[in-house]
Design a protein around this ligand. Structure first.
Ligand code: COS
Length: 378
């Protein structure tokens, strides 16, 4: 790591150790995050990590951001996903496609953490087949009127501004993946209706909601880029977002390994610490090795994004490998803890639940494999 990466890592670790880890169990049980945690992330610069200094961001490279995100996830995965979505998707989409005026208006408050961002692509009937979405944007004088239902929006009610995808083509002229727009939607907009908060298996403190758009007027200056290109912008955003999910998976896995190592050192059976048994050593060694390999792949993918390598394939590989590692490591960590691991008093039970969704959101493991294989034929 560069000295800058080490410094950012220390900052993120200290924050996570002091303010996240001690509260993670409570927030999981309550199923919500206090708003001041987001404010603190903003104060520390963690909500503007990838934005240039001219937009009040820290102007850091992707790998440094991933290093910080892993540390935050090691403290609490729910906080990390709020941070990841904000940094990777809405802010990066506005940065990449926004006009100068849009960047000035939205990026500065987002970088400072005064506005928390969200991303809305999925719908109840459109998940992996994202281009089949049906939320409709109707052109009117001075803007667009949006109607439709969106699903599983992280920060969708808790946050302040959502980049939302809706069809801009018409029933008579359907254009598939090239008939979708990306709109900047403040959550305070009339007709933006926050639906039920999902009761999830893991990452329970992160808010996931359904949203309905009901005759919601969005002015022209809140459309990003070209009206038919929103799906492509969303996938470009997800190429970065998937790295963020890889870092979250890695942070969860690292936390589970540390708990397992500590416990195996203390727990005595058959007259010895269980770490002295070869069966236990093999488990811990496999866990540590997969984590190290995930981290190396993730950082390689982060560097590829900066230097113009095959960022699409690398991002999918890193997300796939890190999320499956998180499931492997948390499953093994419960096994190391035995009966205690199955109890809610011990953190590995929560880490196991937190890990599962990393194989699902921002593209399932099956979609990542599809993307990786398709790139082999390009
Ligand atoms: N980055 C940038 N552009 C991409 C892309 C990517 N990763 N993947 C596809 N595109 C572009 C294609 O190049 C194509 O544009 P051109 O016709 O100009 O070449 C356009 O997008 C449509 O691509 P394609 O025909 O491959 O679209 P499909 O409908 O087959 O969908 C998958 C491709 C399945 C890969 C895509 O829908 C996907 O990633 N689905 C998962 C969605 C997801 O992650 N949802 C989670 C939401 S956040 S909880």
């Amino acid at each position: 790591m560069t000295p800058e990466q080490q410094q950012i890592r220390e900052l993120a670790r200290e924050f996570a150790e002091n303010e996240l880890r001690p509260n993670a169990e409570h927030w999981d049980r309550e199923g919500k995050l206090p708003r001041d945690v987001v404010a603190k992330l903003g104060e520390l610069g963690f909500l503007g990590m990838l934005l240039p200094e001219e937009f009040d961001g820290l102007g850091l490279d992707t790998t440094t951001y991933l290093v910080a995100l892993e540390e935050i996830a090691r403290g609490d995965a729910s906080v990390a996903v709020a941070m990841s979505v904000h940094n990777s998707l809405p802010t990066q989409m506005i940065r990449a496609q926004g006009s100068d005026a849009q960047k000035e208006r939205w990026l500065k408050p987002m970088a400072r953490g005064e506005m928390l961002g969200a991303f809305s692509l999925s719908e109840p009937d459109s998940g992996s087949d994202a281009a089949s979405l049906t939320a409709q944007a109707r052109k009117v004088d001075g803007g667009w009127v949006l109607n439709g239902a969106k699903a599983w929006v992280t920060n969708g009610g808790f946050g302040d501004v959502v980049v939302a995808m809706a069809r801009t083509d018409t029933a008579d002229d359907r254009r598939g993946a090239k008939g979708i727009g990306a709109f900047i939607v403040p959550t305070s907009t009339e007709g933006y209706i926050v639906g039920k908060k999902e009761d999830k298996m893991g990452q329970r403190a992160s808010e996931t909601v359904g949203v309905a758009f009901q005759e919601m007027f969005i002015p022209d200056d809140q459309l990003l880029g070209e009206p038919g290109m929103g799906f492509i912008y969303a996938l470009q955003g997800l190429n970065g977002g998937r790295l963020g999910i890889g870092a979250i998976a890695l942070g969860i896995a690292q936390a589970a390994l540390e708990h397992a190592v500590a416990y195996a050192g203390e727990r005595r059976q058959f007259g010895a610490a269980i770490k002295d048994f070869q069966g236990m050593q093999f488990k811990l060694a496999n866990m540590a090795t997969r984590i190290a390999a995930s981290r190396a792949l993730l950082h390689q993918a982060g560097d590829a994004r900066e230097s113009g390598g095959n960022a699409v394939q690398m991002a999918s590989m890193a997300k796939l490998f890190a999320s499956e590692t998180a499931m492997f490591v948390t499953t093994e960590a419960i096994q190391v803890f035995g009966g205690y691991g199955y109890m809610k008093e011990y953190p590995v039970e929560r880490l196991f639940r937190d890990a599962k969704v990393t194989e699902i959101y921002e593209g399932t493991s099956e979609i990542q494999r599809t993307v990786i294989a398709r790139e082999l034929y390009r």
